[in-house]
Design a protein around this ligand. Structure first.
Ligand code: M6R
Length: 600
């Protein structure tokens, strides 16, 4: 959470910073600021609100060839101008932006900064004040920066300016993402390469607890002990057009529509010309060796994990447990003898999942990350990675990553089955191609789905999603999609659980969206719908060709029974989109949320 951009070069840094921050708004968007260093010293601009507001507040007359910027998701202190970054030390000499959470900031404050008058409620200000305090003693910025980084506990990505030195940006990170982008006569710093892709596609990874000294024409990476680290840059594989909305009003709708393309890309990336699956031999060996798989994920990725469990157990015959990453450490189950951990994460940066990864690596267990961002923390720190190939997902509400996650898990399941010599009676890639065509058809039915949204969700304060078997897992995802962007209180329920409590909430007009894509429970889920209708619910059934009945509100094209979530989720994504749109909500940037949850 929070996004950082820094620039040091020859041109005016304002535009690089503001454009970069706009690209990082998905990381948090409750306040923002930039600091520009020129011959007049530091020029600071901070606002409560979005980058568009910040842009209006920046004095166009200020020119500076060096600066840092930040877009914030508040952790310590409410969203306000005072709490917005950059933060400055008391003398004004040091200016700093930070992403993450400093866990020992209260201790540092008490021990070293008792005489300092703080201007914000943030943990970040403690860091910049600490640097100044250390500098008072040693009169060396690099030494003070290094000493401060040594003292910090928690997660941080930091960029610092010393206004007496217009030739250096000081940068460091621990657990939070940060990259250095390399240019001709300039260098940039960013939480995500997306932010500075216009400037360069050459990036240097920064590892935890490294200190990076960024100058206009040189970048030096050091360890905390001062020893120099050599590292080659890599080329960022992002197409600039992937991070633009194009003709779409919202990224979410664009990303929903991209799902067939993503499905076809996955089919292409995971098979060779002879039609054989192309998974890494190491991954195959790890899957074969595992006596139990533990899937760890959060939010939408957790919901994809539930579907993945069904696939891996049914197709590959390996028992699977799925755990919410934030709970795993406290409620760790008794592990099997040969566990394999699979981390599912669109961003590859989710802090709760990373905490589990660190823990299980300490215990010596193997880990596979399924992610959309191969260079991400979860990807780098796991033993193996499977790439989603979904292209950048910008809308906070995850859509194409969910379907990509399920498709890749299906490929993993089928590949493992083949490795284990299990005979399968279907060709997965053909089935995924059918899914791609089916989603194409669904994205062409938006008017119908918008009209259903009006009929069922227009004025309601709450909504229920019902399903059994795989449909239950999708109902959880449908409810998450609806609540996070429209703010309608929504819950997903297993049909069989209704009479154990939830049905008490049903009253006249309560919207219920039921999924009926599973042949073996078609009768019983329809029975559940009758039960809620009898109590006044405004219920609709989304069914699948072959299982449909006359009054069903929407019928999905038929796909393989193991892959139905890839279809049934799409109308729920579209319905959530229109519900949010009709309420005037900010579809791509819902309140209180951020795309990457990089704090625990
Ligand atoms: O990047 P990750 O997949 O690890 O993110 C996990 C969740 O934060 C994410 O899926 C979240 O629930 C989405 N906003 C849901 O649309």
């Amino acid at each position: 959470m929070c996004g950082i951009v820094g620039y040091i070069g020859q041109q005016d840094s304002k535009e690089v910073l503001l454009n970069g921050l706009a690209k990082l708004e998905y990381r948090g968007y409750d306040s923002a600021g930039i600091a520009l260093l020129n011959e007049d010293g530091i020029n600071l601009f901070k606002v409560k609100g979005r980058i568009a507001t910040l842009r209006e507040s920046v004095d166009a007359g200020v020119h500076a060839t060096m600066g840092i910027g930040h877009t914030r998701w508040a952790t310590h202190g409410e969203p306000s101008e005072e709490n917005a970054h950059p933060h400055q030390s008391t003398s004004g000499r040091f200016t700093l932006v930070h992403n993450g959470v400093i866990e020992n900031y209260q201790d540092i404050k008490k021990e070293y900064l008792q005489d300092v008058v703080f201007r914000s409620e943030t943990d970040t200000e403690v860091v910049v004040q600490l640097i100044e305090k250390l500098f008072e003693k040693n009169q060396d910025t690099l030494v003070s920066f290094r000493q401060a980084m040594e003292m910090l506990e928690g997660s941080y990505a930091i960029a610092l300016i010393d206004n007496e030195d217009s030739d250096t940006l000081y940068v460091s990170k621990n657990k939070s993402p940060l990259l250095v982008g390399l240019g001709e006569g300039f260098n940039v710093v960013a939480s995500d390469a997306m932010a500075t892709l216009k400037e360069t596609d050459q990036y240097l990874e920064i590892h935890d607890k490294e200190i990076v000294i960024v100058k206009r024409d040189a970048v030096t990476i050091q360890k905390l002990d001062g020893s120099v680290v050599e590292r080659n840059p890599y080329t960022a594989q992002i197409d600039a057009s992937d991070i633009e909305k194009g003709t779409y009003e919202h990224f979410m709708l664009k990303e929903i529509d991209e799902q067939p393309i993503v499905m076809r890309k996955i089919i292409k990336e995971y098979q060779d010309e002879a039609g054989e699956l192309t998974l890494d031999e190491d991954i195959r060996a790890a899957m074969k060796a595992a006596d139990r798989i533990y899937i760890i994920a959060a939010g939408t990725s957790y919901h994809a994990g539930l579907v993945g469990k069904n696939l891996i157990e049914k197709v590959a015959g390996i028992p699977v447990e799925v755990h919410v990453s934030s709970e795993f450490s406290y409620n760790m189950p008794l592990l099997s003898e040969k566990p394999l951990f699979i981390f599912i994460s669109q961003s590859g940066e989710t802090a709760d999942s990373r905490a589990v990864l660190v823990k299980i690596k300490e215990m010596g267990h193997p880990a596979l990350t399924v992610t959309n961002v191969p260079g991400s923390t979860l990807s780098r720190e796991a033993d193996y990675t499977l790439h989603l190939h979904a292209g950048p997902e910008i809308a906070v509400a995850s859509t194409k990553a969910y379907t990509a996650q399920i498709a890749v898990l299906a490929i993993l399941a089928v590949d493992t089955a083949k490795v284990k010599g299990i005979e399968l009676d279907f060709d997965l890639m053909q089935e995924l191609a059918i899914v791609a065509n089916g989603i194409d058809a669904l994205t062409g039915q938006k008017e119908e789905l918008e009209s259903l949204t009006r009929d069922y969700l227009e004025t309601t304060r709450n909504a229920f999603f019902l399903g059994r078997s795989l449909d239950y897992y999708v109902s959880l995802e449908g409810a998450l999609k609806l609540k996070e962007i429209s703010y309608i209180q929504a819950e997903g329920f297993a049909g069989g659980e209704l009479k154990h409590g939830t049905i008490a909430l049903i009253e006249k007009g309560t919207p219920v969206i039921a999924l009926a894509t599973q042949a073996n429970v078609n009768y019983s889920i329809r029975g559940n719908v009758q039960e809620v209708v009898a109590r006044g619910a405004n219920a609709m059934i989304i069914s699948m060709k072959g299982l449909e009945q006359d009054d069903d509100a929407f019928v999905l094209p038929a796909v393989h029974e193991l892959l139905t979530p890839l279809m049934s989720v799409v109308p729920l994504q579209i319905i959530a989109y229109y519900a949010a749109l009709h309420r005037g909500a900010d579809v791509d940037k819902p309140r209180n949320l951020a795309k990457s949850v990089t704090v625990e």
